[in-house]
Design a protein around this ligand. Sequence first.
Ligand SMILES: Cc1cc2nc3c(=O)[nH]c(=O)nc-3n(C[C@H](O)[C@H](O)[C@H](O)COP(=O)(O)OP(=O)(O)OC[C@H]3O[C@@H](n4cnc5c(N)ncnc54)[C@H](O)[C@@H]3O)c2cc1C
Length: 420
Amino acid sequence: MRVVVVGAGVVGIASAWYLSKAGHDVDVIEHRDGPALETSFANAAQISPALSAPWAVPGLLRKVLGWWAAGNSPLVIGKLPDREMARWLWQMYKASSPEQYLASKRYMVTLAEYSRDRLAELRSEEPIDYFGRQLGTMVLFRDPRQKTAYEKDLKVLDTLGVLYEPVDKAGLARYEPNINLRGGAIGGVLLPGDETGDCHRFTQELAALCTKRGVRIRYGSAAELVESGGRISAVRTAGEEIATDAAVLATGVGTNRLLSPFGLRAPIYPMKGYSLTIVADSDELGPRSTISDETYKVGLTNLGDRVRVGGTAELAGYDLALSERRFGTLFKAVQNLFPRISAEALSSARRWTGLRPMTPQGPPLVGAVRLRNLFINSGHGTLGWTMACGSGKIVADLVSGKASEVALPRLPQSLLGSSA
Ligand SMILES: Cc1cc2nc3c(=O)[nH]c(=O)nc-3n(C[C@H](O)[C@H](O)[C@H](O)COP(=O)(O)OP(=O)(O)OC[C@H]3O[C@@H](n4cnc5c(N)ncnc54)[C@H](O)[C@@H]3O)c2cc1C
């Protein structure tokens, strides 16, 4: 079959890879001038099945108010809520029941582990270099209450057979030898099955492997869908119409622009995040793997001769402006944990913002929508790098008429239409 994938972020390129491996003739259409130049560009570099969880936690409202009162909230509302934001917040609030949280968390961990295993398979089959490491995540606490609160997550990991190891201060130093133990850290939990790597570099490398297999990738082209008789007959770009048997939308926060002409809507809202890329030898001065700092809600990751620091969740529409205030939290975490990184390296750190395509419930939207041959693979929120290979493989299976190897939740009615 001829299949067009729209979007060359990590999710789109992974979809194209598995579609090509399944024997399809694949085109990718990307608006930007290269792969992974939107949200997949400079994320926190964590491949973290064990941290996969919805933001819609039970007691959400109380938790958010507590963060705001403490003045270090990882969730910020950066503009007056409009209709789109208000609807999304309301849906997120409704999704925060204990039952929904547990169901979403179980599914997200399962999908993320499946994805990590596909990535390992890919590494073993192809020469792909993305500063990848398989050394786990260290969740770091500064307050005993953080430890207690985290026990709930550990219980869910127990039921899913996900390994973890609580560590004290000596354990922290053993796993992360450069860490400053005088900065208030009291211990942590090691999640040994997690991994790290540069998502942009991975996507570039996989795009090159796709091209080698004959996938045609057009950069600098915005796509529109062409419908005929209840199915997508072609994908239109500025210069041409590409006739297709199936289309996959891996368009992150741009998904609704493509769906709205057909009366379909994905419950995706942009959650802005911030990152710093610091040029510093991480093995010598920074994290050995990832530290997930529970106090600042920031991830610090080793990328070889760079340290990536990512965090903050801001609801501010589609605005990508760099707010110096928000970067302050990221700098605080680095200075507290790795004070040997020089002031010069910090002042020349590369600042970046990206829009996480968030669904209110947490899980991404993967599956067939109302138009018979149109598939969605979007809405990966805080975990698109973690889940890209898995959801790419799943969408390729679905396009090929095969069952997904992971049981999928039903897509929302707004994507299935009245005939569902
Ligand atoms: C600060 C921050 C830290 C993060 N940390 C992590 C992390 O540590 N681990 C993790 O797993 N995830 C993390 N994430 C989330 C992760 O980066 C995203 O989930 C992931 O990049 C989404 O990938 P995507 O391919 O769906 O979207 P994108 O990378 O945004 O790709 C979508 C592409 O579609 C293109 N497009 C859209 N519309 C059209 C159109 N009409 N025509 C042509 N092209 C179109 C866009 O140009 C874009 O390139 C983080 C995100 C942020 C912001």
